[in-house]
Design a protein around this ligand. Structure first.
Ligand SMILES: [Mg+2]
Length: 204
């Protein structure tokens, strides 16, 4: 009699590359409100639209954007399961990076507020940002891992696009919402607890 197909064991990653806002922290950004406030058309990416503005328009828009970002960082709370997940990462000596489109000052606020540490932090001051694959390659290089050993973990289309462009396995955190973009992540989990379950089931 035919046996049911066995699920192939997944190899434990050599490093985890985390998005910050909405992935580690509870998603509180109202991107539509930010777009409205700074005059970015509906559904357009904010940073990329700012880059096309005149210097004067851009400076005015950045004041508003920075205010939203700073407030979100200073009021941030961690997603359920974040502490347990990061404790597991530490206890298994997995390398970790934080890769965000946010600014370094806000990363520092979030890390200090929740007493978090990552081996590598890449913010938008570091050059090209997600969905460009470069920050993922930079993180792997600085962590000393090959890109095919790493997993990208994120809640947004930018994370999935960047991961796919870099050829890095990408786990999309859905927060139990339907996917509203076309790009297929490697895996989808509802939350950080499910991500930990996935990691615990990996073979070393
Ligand atoms: Mg995010």
């Amino acid at each position: 009699m035919d046996q049911p197909p066995q699920r192939q064991a997944i190899k434990r990653p050599g490093a985890l590359l985390f998005d910050m806002d909405g992935t580690l922290t509870v998603p509180i950004f109202d991107f539509d409100a930010i777009r409205r406030d700074i005059g970015v058309p509906e559904k357009q990416p904010i940073l990329e639209t700012l880059a096309k503005m005149t210097p004067r328009e851009r400076a005015a828009a950045e004041v508003i954007l920075h205010r939203h970002e700073e407030r979100a960082a200073s009021q941030s709370s961690l997603n359920s399961g974040c502490d347990r997940l990061l404790e597991w990462v530490r206890s298994h000596r997995l390398k970790s990076a934080l890769i965000t489109r946010n600014r370094l000052v806000n990363v520092q606020t979030v890390l200090a507020r929740h007493d978090l540490q990552f081996d590598v932090v890449i913010s938008r001051e570091d050059g090209q940002f997600k969905p460009h694959p470069q920050p993922l390659y930079t993180a792997c290089k600085r962590l000393g891992v090959s890109h095919d050993e790493a997993w990208m973990i994120g809640d947004a289309v930018f994370d999935v696009r960047a991961g796919r462009a870099a050829g890095i396995k990408t786990v999309w955190i859905s927060h139990r919402q339907p996917r509203d973009f076309a790009e297929e992540p490697w895996r989808t989990v509802n939350d950080l607890g499910e991500l930990l379950t996935l990691l615990c089931g990996c073979v070393s």
